[in-house]
Design a protein around this ligand. Sequence first.
Ligand code: DC
Length: 205
Amino acid sequence: MSSESHRVIAIDGPAASGKSSVARELALRLGFAYVNSGAMYRAVTWHVLQKGVDPNDTEANNQSRILIDGVDPTEHLRDDGVNNSVSQVSSVPQVRRVLVEKMHHYAEENDLVMEGRDIGSVVFPDTPYKFYIDASPEVRLRRRAAEGLRDEIAARDRADSNRRASPLIIAEDALVIDSSNLTIDGVVGEIVGRLKMTGMQIPSA
Ligand code: DC
């Protein structure tokens, strides 16, 4: 049986592929809730760094409590420290287990557009709505630079694709969209077109 009780649209892809903008826009268009699972891993990473735990110390990370202690870490989620450590922290299976449970819980409450690395492959493998957004390395680097962010996306992609726990992969039944030469609206349009083909009712734009 499927683990979600509401519809889940999974948007996976590498860093800076454009999936956040696309997922946010798509959620607005459909009236679904938007969940950025990367932000959840970033929040935990920020917390780990705040506590002074070495992100490489898997044992210590396993023991850390996943609570943000009433502090909103939003403004810190793209800090250099978080960018540099999020792949290590998110490779800890215990961290993933806690966050995936939260993701499943969100789907009990709402229809979702959820973006991440393993949403179609691991978190919601039964959803019929899976998309993988890619873009060339050059375009992705340019996008990050345009945001004024220093982010070693190639290193992060390597780590995210090669880890043991839920690596970044293209789910077998995902539609792959190369966003290199597309606008956000162009990518959203392709996704909406596919969703219509499955019979989903889409509110008019
Ligand atoms: O989407 P993002 O670049 O903000 O994600 C930050 C990191 O979080 C990414 O490098 C790996 C991790 N992540 C993950 O392991 N699984 C997800 N579903 C989403 C993100």
